[in-house]
Design a protein around this ligand. Structure first.
Ligand code: PEP
Ligand code: MG
Length: 594
């Protein structure tokens, strides 16, 4: 048996050693089969029956997974039911059968291809990944045209699941049985539902392996290193032993990190700070709380637009916000109104192509143009505010006029709710994101008009340093510790402090231990980040004295370059707190290898 090592993307950290279970996916037919006109009613009947069966299956799956894994995971099936009931999808299928005389299998195959095409043209990774939800629903429908054809038998042995693609519902079912040691897939990426699920169930996973399904057979021995994104097929005994010991170290590391979740978020000299979570899906709330999040610092609500091919209505928004608010209560939940436009162009929206999308009709600019959509969202947030501790957050503010206008719209929606006797929290805190340099420079004025500020350093640095945040060619210039950035951040934090208002950093900077320590020295208390980074930030901040870091930062602020700042800061911190930056890495490669 050949020993091979493959590289992919590690989407869920951890290590597993075990035997392969190869899963076969559904392949839509590539054979064009047509009908005679008199066969159409029978085909429509087949389609309707398959739709009914699929519906029943999804409802059952939703209940089963909800019971086994908790409500937060059954949400996938609600999304799938919405796709199945999507009018344009069903009408599209019927049209292909009635007008183009396609056999149902061929019709499904064609409609599937069309959707894949649309989704491929979307630049945002998360949205592209939602393709798998469509494939999932359509492949169920496809199988249900011939329900008697048997499906893969259940297997209770502990195995490593290898597949071309693991559709979300299949993932929820299989991963919930407790016998999947790890997952290795040809396709997929970090933000797929399957990856999110694997992370929250602590199942190591590597995706994007291209052709692993061609390289392994059932019962081959596999090592999955979800931390490093590596797969070892049929490794020799000595390598297996090495990885088993790595696995043990990783498990210990994880346990020690998780312990920090229950510890107080306090520096050595007793200064309180708050780790908060940035989330994209309601399913992430529980995991965030279990990792020590003291609230949801940022819910990127634009991700709702992927649960359906149609525009979400007020109820869709309301259900999601209420659910997050309830699950997090009494902790705060900051719901950011949609940040779309520019590159995040959704099929439902038909936004015109812009020459310079990052500087275009994005976020609040889009919302203030399409006010109907914006008002729906505001109403839903207001209504959800009775379910927990909800706050409104507005992205990409450039000038005070925008703040005033949004506040006016919120007041109008409040008034309408009052007239309709619909309850809401009249004191719902209202905050804005500081992401545009012009708003940053005006923080002293803006902060007087709002209840809190949230600094989106991903965009703020991009716009301040004129460095596209997603362009590899200029990423060497993207420096959170650039003295100009630090001066700006200092100013914003001081403006908020002067007014006694809360300020949070919710860009990636908050998840980097070195930057987070620097922010602490600037007086920052609230750090919002991807939940998996909370333990490491908590550990870093808990291992220092605020007063010491503050003094080091004061000196570092006088330096001229990012490199000088970084070197001086690391050296000085290590003199006083030698462990502050140790084990700050996650996934903790150095630690595992040591
Ligand atoms: C930011 O810009 O830092 C931010 C948190 O918002 P997003 O990453 O969603 O643009
Ligand atoms: Mg942003």
């Amino acid at each position: 048996m050949e020993y091979i090592r493959l590289r992919g993307t590690g989407v869920s950290p951890g290590i597993a050693v075990g035997k392969v279970l190869l899963s076969e996916g559904v392949v839509f037919t590539s054979r064009k089969e047509t009908l005679s006109a008199d066969q159409v009613p029978r085909e429509l009947d087949r389609l309707n029956q398959a739709l009914g069966r699929t519906r029943q299956q999804l409802v059952k799956l939703k209940d089963k997974v909800g019971a086994q894994l908790g409500e937060e995971h059954s949400f996938i099936f609600e999304a799938h039911l919405m796709i199945l009931e999507d009018k344009s999808l069903v009408l599209g299928l019927k049209k292909k059968i009635e007008q183009e005389l396609f056999k149902t299998e061929w019709a499904i195959s064609q409609v599937h291809e069309k959707y894949m095409h649309i989704f491929d043209s979307i630049e945002d990774e998360y949205f592209r990944e939602r393709k798998s939800d469509i494939t999932d629903v359509l492949s169920k429908l496809y199988r249900n045209l011939e329900p008697e054809v048997s499906q893969q038998p259940d297997d209770d042995d502990e195995r490593i699941l290898v597949a071309h693609e693991l559709l979300p519902s299949e993932a929820a079912l299989r991963l919930s049985r407790g016998n999947v040691l790890a997952v290795a897939l040809d396709v997929g990426g970090t933000t797929s539902h399957t990856a999110i699920l694997a992370r929250s169930l602590n199942i190591p996973a590597v995706m994007g392996l291209r052709d692993i399904t061609q390289r392994v057979r059932d019962d081959d021995v596999l090592i999955v290193d979800g931390t490093d994104g590596e797969i070892l097929i049929n490794p020799p005994q000595v390598i297996q032993r090495e990885f088993i010991s790595k696995q043990k170290k990783y498990d210990d590391y994880r346990l020690s990190l998780q312990k920090t979740a229950t510890l107080k978020a306090r520096t050595l000299d007793g200064v309180r700070f708050s780790p908060l979570a940035n989330i994209e899906l309601p399913e992430e709330v529980q995991q965030a709380l279990s990792l020590g999040a003291e609230g949801i610092g940022l819910f990127r609500s634009e991700f709702i637009y992927f649960q359906s091919l149609e525009l979400p209505d007020e109820e869709d928004h309301f259900k999601i916000y209420s659910r997050i608010a309830q699950e997090a209560a009494p902790l705060p939940v900051h719901i950011r109104t949609i940040d779309i436009g520019g590159e995040k162009n959704l099929p439902q929206m038909r936004i015109e192509k812009e020459p310079n999308p990052a500087l275009g009709l994005r976020a609040i600019r889009f919302s203030l143009r399409d006010r109907k959509i914006f008002r729906i969202q505001i109403r839903a947030i207001l209504r959800a505010s009775v379910s927990g501790n909800v706050r409104i957050l507005i992205p990409m503010i450039t000038e005070l006029e925008e703040v005033d206008e949004v506040k006016r719209l919120v007041q109008e929606e409040k008034q309408k709710l009052r007239e309709q006797d619909i309850l809401f929290d009249d004191n719902i805190p209202f905050g804005v994101m500081i992401e545009v340099p012009a708003a940053a420079a005006l923080s002293d004025k803006i902060v007087q008009e709002v209840d809190y500020l949230s600094i989106g350093t991903n965009d703020l640095i991009q716009y301040y340093l004129a460095v596209d945040r997603s362009n590899e060619l200029v990423s060497y210039l993207f420096k959170p510790l650039h003295p100009s950035v630090l001066r700006l951040l200092k100013f914003i934090i001081e403006c908020a402090d002067k007014e006694g208002k809360e300020v949070t950093v919710c860009g990636e900077m908050a998840a980097d231990p070195l930057s987070a320590l620097f922010l602490l020295g600037l007086g920052l208390k609230n750090y919002s980040m991807n939940p998996i980074f909370i333990p490491r930030i908590k550990r870093a901040l808990r291992s220092v004295e605020y007063q010491t870091v503050k003094k080091i930062v004061q000196k570092a602020m006088a330096l001229k370059t990012a490199q000088e700042v970084e070197e001086y800061f690391i050296e000085s911190i290590l003199v006083h707190h030698p462990t502050a930056l140790l084990m700050g890495e996650y996934p903790a490669n150095e630690f595992i290898n040591s």
